[in-house]
Ligand binder design. Sequence first.
Ligand code: DGJ
Length: 719
Amino acid sequence: MLIVSSLAYAAQVQIAISTDHTDMVLATNKANQLMFMYYGTKVGCPQQFEQFQSYRRSDYSTEPLAYPARGGRFFNQPALAVKYSDGDANTELTYSSHETKNISSDVKQTTVLLSDTKTSLEVQLVYTAYLKEDVIMAHAVITNKGKKDITLENYASSAINLKAGSYLLTHYYGSWAREMQVEHELLTHGIKTIENKMGVRTTHTENPSFMLSLDNSSLDENHGEVIAGALAWSGNYKLQFQMDETDRLSVICGINDYASAYTLKKGATFSTPEMIWTFTTSGAGQASRNLHDWARRHYIYSKGHLAYTLLNSWEGAYFDFNTKTLTDMIDDAAAMGLEMFVLDDGWFGNEYPRNSSRAGLGDWQTNTKKIPEGIAYLADYAHKKGIKFGIWIEPEMVNPSSNLAHKHPEWIVKSSGREITTTRNQWLLDLTRPEVQDFVFSVFDETMKKGEGKIDYIKWDCNRHVESFGSTWLTEQSRFFVDYTLGLYSVMKRIREKYPNTIIQSCSSGGGRVDFGALEYFDEVWTSDNTEALSRVFIQYGTNMIYPAATTGSHVSAVPNHQTNNITPLKFRFDLASTGRLGMELQPANMTKEERTFAAKAIQSYKQLRHLVQDGDLYRLVSPYDGNHYALMYVSKDKKEAMVAAFCIHYQGRTKTPKIRLHGLDPQMKYSIEEINNEKPSFWGNGKTFSGAWLIGQGINPQLVKLYDSGIWHLKAQE
Ligand code: DGJ
């Protein structure tokens, strides 16, 4: 048993994990435990923590452990809970060693080795610091060096500990077609948990990401201390916020321990997913920009190229098409200036044709009645028209009405002796099984082969979650949830080795797989199945707080909208979609000539501005939750160019024009302002030049007063 005195640390070892503007400090206490001392602005030499005193009771071990383990004198929420072969459920980790190495000129990695006082359990805490972006990525590597198997009952990725006057938690709740709604709450004593237990499609109801505003009762875009966190994991997750009796906040994030006890065989290692942290004193906006820069430069799959505009066939044709329908859509897409056509669901299955969601999943042969010429013909047709070609697959799923379901009933996720439930008329394939992993890989591979080298983009869908979890393959059923996600990643690794340049979208009934775990392999996500522009204001506002706009597909669809029945003007739809990765999802044949002309112009404008949306700095100017308007802007890194977008989301009595103060500009520069996508400019300053200082201080007051009025402005610095 460790006897801990917290009166003074008398720290022998202090470890600073530093970025350009932040420090995270760990230090050992007298009992050689590794404590989480600090996360915030730079504090200089970490040795200053040597004699630190917290004045906590010395006989209570409530000091913040860097990786709190269940047992010993520790009684708060643990990051690690282990059961040993003798039934002991305590773990007491002490510091063994640490090292820091340079991964590159602006990335440093610190690894701290901890070991249990009684057993041969070792834990490495790995912190990767991205200096310029002020991001620290953290995960744990747990190794059973003993002679007997042990059970990991909880194995979080990372824990931090904070002390502030108040903690405002901002998180992202929702549902299908209403993802990433922003909710704020001041944390009180006790535990707040954000989690998902659905196995796959885990990000509709919550997202494994959040922001914490310290000493601030509202989310401030531009000022104040904010910590943002995101877990890179596409399975069940759990984010826990525990405020204890000393008002300290412990934040523990990782894989959800729900039904997931994991046996670690002797000699085996388990590596947890990465938890991404950022800290800033410049408000939520800077926290987002840190995450966006880090993601775009270092982490997500699509690095360094601009995303293409596209026409997706789903809402325009659903399951009802033939070759002519598709080639006509390709013609129309090319004529409007779109750069890619994506053939969605419905192209496969012969014996069990995919004419609705009721049949065909699993039978990935081209439907010869609908497309007798084959997929390569369509891809070739698109290429000849000068645009790229993409296609939809849902390889993790099977309809009961399919040859695959008859051939491989053992591949289906099921708990022995229990009913297999369908969702959207489909079952889930058991990705913990190596043959299923091979099959899922082959669905991708064979589809690519069907295109004879001309498929540029794959939309990977996933339309159900796990029910009655279980596997006929696994001997240890509680590995199911974790091994499913690891199985998915293993398939994605193989796919990326063979197809490094194929653009792949992670779609999961819209935004059901929107997380950094997926974005390590996928280029972008389908943000939501709700394509209606007013709903999208809120969905995209929330999603882009964490995930960069370049990765969030945003499509213009028909009215009345198929999800909400709402009717919004084409301009409003285009302007809003232009703040993400622009696409269209409708039947162009149903558009009027004027609508097509407008669309072509708006697509052309987007192409001229998309480097700002996709590579620039996002500034949220007016929150849609504040009532009447939504406004945001993207600024180029050199501050010489910007795009501002604003939307009226409530009728303003024709009198209340918004005052939109801009951010991120250079006050010393002069900027010309040009409104795009509008015959009749809504801002009196259109075509004029203003100083950055004026735009920041006074701002613009466009006449956006009627419901669904919107505007986009292009700002250019004048030499
Ligand atoms: C759900 C997706 O989110 C939609 O975009 C579409 O691809 C359908 N599935 C197809 O079944």
